[in-house]
Design a protein around this ligand. Structure first.
Ligand code: ACO
Ligand code: ZN
Length: 177
């Protein structure tokens, strides 16, 4: 039941929603992170999975919040230790576990900023490459990763529960710490 004044202030709210802040995730944010994940991606995880990533890799777990303080995006990484080819040495990879941005806030550079701010953080863990899987049909995300220097390494057949293939994408860390 809007007076003109209310209508005006509501449309101002909508305009202002394009401003956002990026900061490290905290425990109280996990509910909002899970909400975004469940709306934007078919791959859902149990609460303890988010919690364990937050406990182990907090500095590269970031959230984007709007002016009302609502979570509108997140990114989380973990480090995996894998045997190097032809050697017993373990190499450390930064694995992009998940990134998503709410539909109303897309194409504003939020995912770009989440990636650019979190990659140096996970890199400090002495990784030699950044890796990720993405659905072969996910043109937008693939384009985003390519623009950041990720290259398609291989295809993981039927990687997703619905049978879709994944591209395995890699970006080498030029000067491992
Ligand atoms: N189509 C083409 N290019 C795109 C698209 C798109 N839909 N989205 C992003 N890009 C590229 C563009 O080059 C864009 O720059 P431009 O807008 O100047 O052209 C650049 O990436 C930066 O885009 P952002 O605005 O930073 O991306 P956004 O905040 O919209 O988020 C994301 C992109 C995360 C892929 C979003 O669309 C999303 O949440 N999708 C659903 C969830 C998802 O698919 N997540 C990735 C799964 S894979 C994984 O998590 C490892
Ligand atoms: Zn993965």
């Amino acid at each position: 039941m809007g007076t003109d004044k209310e209508t005006q202030s509501r449309s101002n709210d909508i305009m202002e929603k394009s401003t956002y802040t990026i900061r490290p995730c905290c425990l109280e944010d996990l509910e909002g992170v899970i909400n975004v994940n469940e709306k934007e991606l078919p791959e859902d995880y149990p609460y303890f999975f988010y919690k364990s990533i937050l406990d182990s890799f907090p500095e590269s777990f970031l959230v984007a919040i709007n002016e009302d303080g609502h979570i509108i995006g997140y990114i989380m990484w973990r480090v995996e230790r894998l045997p190097a080819l032809n050697s017993l040495n373990l190499i450390r990879k930064g694995h992009l576990v998940s990134i998503a941005v709410s539909k109303d806030y897309r194409r504003k550079g939020i995912a770009w900023e989440l990636l650019v701010k979190s990659m140096p953080e996970i890199r400090r863990r002495k990784i030699s490459e950044y890796v990720l899987e993405v659905r072969v049909s996910n043109y937008g995300a693939i384009n985003l990763y390519k623009r950041l220097g990720y290259k398609i390494d291989s295809i993981k057949k039927k990687y997703y529960r619905d049978g879709e293939n994944a591209y395995f994408m890699i970006k080498t860390v030029n000067n491992p710490l």
